[in-house]
Design a protein around this ligand. Structure first.
Ligand SMILES: [Zn+2]
Length: 338
């Protein structure tokens, strides 16, 4: 994997390559944009590219002092070609997740550090920031750059952001922080002003389908999910999980109750899944409404209004199970399915 394998985000990648080629890598980058569009992947590739030492030179080539000189490198047609080779020691260690100078700070890291359930980590806490910033002042082990990727940086609470700010104010040379955030507005202004922002936007339907097909999904299913995804690969995968679960569920009220009782145990995750199902019901209801003369007084229009109301409830302190159950039963009466 390298920059050239990333689907979409042409402008962002071009900018990142230019930073590497011009040796103008800033101490802090902020990759922001919607969830599930490939920000973390781009951060990992950037980390790989700045530490890449290029393909290893074979012994024959190294000994061949009198052999023909290699042809001069051709300039890339679309700007600087700075990218990871994917083959050197640094690249392969990064790909295996064992590079000693590349650290990923996320809910998994925090869960392991604090010996807590990874799924329950809603915010990145100050202990986590203190732990990883210790490494900032240590020497790099293998590569020129030490890279810290803070995934879901918008979940850093205020205390953690202030602790992080201390390192961002005077970072030792060759330390790079990449903050990956879906909700940039949750970061304090002083962090924003110290980071070089790179924006990632929603992918097109074809790009989402392309990512899914490359992962081995049937092209027809990938196309359908691409259309429902709203430009996010993660949302497409979440929809797939729900659809797979529904495929095995019985029809009628019994199926509805079983579906609701099958929501994740963690309340936050269950609420997110209920929201996703409501969104899917809305898509189906709208499709039905549009397939008929779209009268505002039609029963389908009334159902859409009701579903929108249910969707609002899910952002409030209302039982997500009851809301989803009511929505599924209402839809069932009009043969609207997920
Ligand atoms: Zn390499």
């Amino acid at each position: 994997m390298s920059f050239q394998d990333i689907i979409g985000h042409k402008n962002a990648i071009k900018r990142l390559r230019a930073l590497i080629a011009g040796e103008r890598v800033p101490p802090a980058l902020l990759f922001h944009g919607p969830e599930g569009v490939g920000k973390f992947l781009a951060a990992s590739e950037f980390a790989k590219a700045i530490n890449c030492t290029g393909p290893a030179v074979s012994e024959d080539a190294a000994d061949g002092l009198f052999s023909e000189p290699p042809p001069a490198a051709q300039p890339a047609p679309e700007g600087p070609s700075a990218d990871a080779c994917g083959a050197c020691v640094s690249c392969s260690q990064a790909d295996k997740g064992v590079h000693p100078d590349l650290r990923v700070i996320d809910s998994r890291f925090q869960g392991l550090l604090l010996d807590e359930d990874e799924q329950k980590q809603r915010t990145l806490r100050i202990d986590t920031v203190r732990e990883f910033t210790r490494y900032v002042y240590q020497k790099a082990i293998l590569s020129k750059w030490k890279v810290f990727i803070v995934n879901d940086a918008h979940t850093l609470n205020n205390q953690s952001q202030n602790a992080m700010l201390k390192v961002l104010e005077e970072p030792p040379p060759f330390n790079l922080f990449i903050l990956v955030a879906a909700k940039k507005n949750l970061l304090i202004p002083t962090i924003l002003s110290r980071s070089c922002a790179v924006e990632f936007s929603r992918l097109s339907q074809e790009e989402v389908s392309g990512v899914l097909t490359r992962g081995g999904m049937d092209p027809e299913e990938a196309r359908t999910l691409g259309g429902l995804s709203g430009g996010s690969v993660r949302k497409a995968m979440d929809i797939k999980k729900v659809r797979d679960r529904i495929a095995g569920a019985a029809a009628g009220p019994r199926g509805v109750f079983r579906l609701v009782s099958g929501l994740p145990r963690e309340p936050y995750l269950a609420r997110e899944e209920a929201k996703l199902m409501l969104d899917m019901l809305l898509v189906s209801a709208r499709k039905e409404w549009l397939s008929r003369p779209p009268l505002p007084s039609s029963p389908h229009a009334a159902l859409i209004r009701k579903l929108l109301e249910y969707r609002r409830y899910l952002n409030q302190n209302v039982s997500h199970g009851l809301v989803l159950e009511a929505a599924l039963l209402e839809c069932g009466k009009m043969s609207i399915t997920l």
